[in-house]
Design a protein around this ligand. Sequence first.
Ligand code: ATP
Ligand code: MG
Ligand code: MG
Ligand code: MG
Length: 470
Amino acid sequence: KPLGLHEIRSAFLDYFEQNEHLALPSFSLVPQGDKSLLLIGAGMAPMKKFFTGEAEPPAHRVCTSQKCIRTGDIENVGKTDRHATFFEMLGNFSFGDYFKREAIHWAWGFLTDVLEIDPNLLWATVYLDDDEAYAIWNEEIGLPKERIVRLGKDDNFWELAVGPSGPCSEIYFDRGEKHGCGDPDCKPGCDCDRYIEVWNLVFTQFDKDEEGEYHPLSNPNIDTGMGLERIASVLQEANNIFEIDAIHAILEDICAMADYEYGTDKKKDESVRVITDHIRAITFMISDSIVPSNEGRGYVERRLTRRAAKHGRNLGIEGAFLYKLSESVIDSWKVQYKELDDNREVIARVIKREEERFLKTLETGMSLLDEEIEKLNKEGKKELSGAEAFKLYDTYGFPVDLTQEILAESGFTLDEAGFEKEMEAQKVRAREARDDSDEIGWSSASSFELNDVDEAIEFVGYETTEVTEA
Ligand code: ATP
Ligand code: MG
Ligand code: MG
Ligand code: MG
């Protein structure tokens, strides 16, 4: 029987403790004393100061399993097999202690000796001119040249807006052709789900300043990150990161609530996975004291809640339901995060209130739309104007696909081009407003509070100031 998710976490921390690392508990999702980040999105993020030397680390070798939120991945959630907005990142870190050689050997040892992954299914990537890493993989580990790929800055250079950065080397697992895109040249770096990136080893040797200049660090560091859910999905041969031991109970609860049989409808499966993801993110955020609001982190949480609620509606679930699902999240994760259990009631209450607010929004929109339909009927028209649909969306936060769905039910259509035009105009207005404000100033909702309930565009704005994908 393959290891369960919680067992993998323990095995990881044990392995690095045996190699003289200090195991620390996960830091909060809320960055402490760091205004450049909205949310923690990587294991190294809460430890930036140790990398730059601004603060003295508790030890020169540290390992963690860090709670992470990556809103920039939201559009991938449910669609790819490997992306979540919330996940845990396993990591081992060296603060001016060991460097490339040890990092690569230990990663390989953990994957092949401890997790017993077939070495023939593993690939490595290195940064374009990183011959040192290439040689370690090829000559010391014995990885054949055919399974070492050189990749450019997009994939193999890690950096945040400011701070520690450097080239990386990533380890991929080949899940086989059936998960692939069909391209005969498909290999690590392809965006499909065949070669799944499990571990990123970052050789942090620079400090990037506000102007984007890279300064060599006197003591190079190591920062690694492996998605816990992702490696669990590999070991358990699960279809995706939501169908693994510690998560699929949530997925099943959603299906039960919707009276839906998972695997019978592609769109609905996607909705089930989106809800599975978002409820995890929301539950962990509230447990870290983030509450829904119109700005910053609270705004991210509000949007995740509303997006999940809307997907629930796609599945035919009526009324508030997310708050009940937080129970399954807490039940399967309290072994590691006791604070979830301690905050059980608060978490459910916060989610329920937010869901109910959103349902009210939907109700208001619905009755306004009914009036519009009546008007169209009287005027003998068949199409709702883009401007009317936009008003519903902009002023009342009524999602446009719902407008379309309801129109269709009564035999009406929407002037989609007209709606798109209104959207474009609004994006220009929003951009202009944003240019005038400071970095996260635009994230305060103002008149856009309820917009883009299911659009990632606003989220992505955070991510670009936050994390450049490594
Ligand atoms: P990908 O290319 O698959 O999007 P990434 O290169 O953006 O991954 P890194 O920034 O290198 O990911 O993060 C380190 C590790 O964290 C990855 O190798 C992966 O195992 C895990 N990880 C990254 N993003 C996610 C996510 N959205 N959901 C789950 N795990 C993730
Ligand atoms: Mg990648
Ligand atoms: Mg990514
Ligand atoms: Mg990566």
